[in-house]
Unconditional design. Structure first.
Length: 183
């Protein structure tokens, strides 16, 4: 793997770690913390190639899986994948893949493209998170939506608007087409 890919992937993992630690719980409402991860999950696949974005996410998830406290609230280990936030972690990987792949198809960066792709990514994350909550907490679909999606919608919409705007600004400042052609 080229040094540039490894370096950018490590930087993605580091930013994901930082964004996960900026977390707080909504006591009595949800076992899922509010973090800045949605911002990072949307931003990186919009500005970096699929291979780098996915590798960075896999590095992050692997570090957490082997026990390093990189997940929200300094959690780590395989048990986290089987806890209330496990579905979201899987959803983050799937969202990264879908967003980065769609960027290759819809290569002209616009705010509307970015927002649409981030919304799709967010829906993937929510979908996986809801399924995870249903399985782990043995709750109904409606209850999983109430505790795992509803409290987060407003904040996550703000995060995707910010990620979409930052990605567009980066695309205007840099020739990101050279990055995406390296895949």
């Amino acid at each position: 793997m080229p040094t540039k890919t490894l370096t950018l992937s490590a930087m993605i993992a580091a930013v994901l770690y930082i964004s996960a630690q900026l977390a707080f719980l909504l006591p009595m409402i949800s076992p899922v913390p509010i973090t800045l991860q949605v911002f990072a999950i949307c931003l990186f696949p919009l500005i970096l190639p699929l291979s780098i974005s996915v590798t960075g996410m896999i590095v992050y998830l692997t570090l957490g899986a082997i026990g390093l406290p990189v997940f929200a609230q300094a959690k780590g280990g395989m048990a986290t994948f089987f806890g209330p936030t496990g579905g979201y972690l899987i959803g983050f990987l799937l969202a990264t893949i879908v967003i980065a792949y769609a960027v290759k198809i819809f290569s002209r960066p616009t705010i509307w493209r970015n927002l649409a792709l981030c919304i799709v990514g967010l829906l993937i994350s929510y979908g996986c998170g809801v399924v995870g909550l249903m399985l782990v907490l043995n709750v109904s679909f409606a209850k999983a939506l109430i505790i795992g999606v509803v409290p987060f919608i407003a904040g996550d919409l703000i995060k995707i608007v910010l990620a979409s705007s930052v990605a567009l600004a980066v695309a205007k400042r840099l020739d990101v087409s050279t990055l995406t052609q390296q895949q």
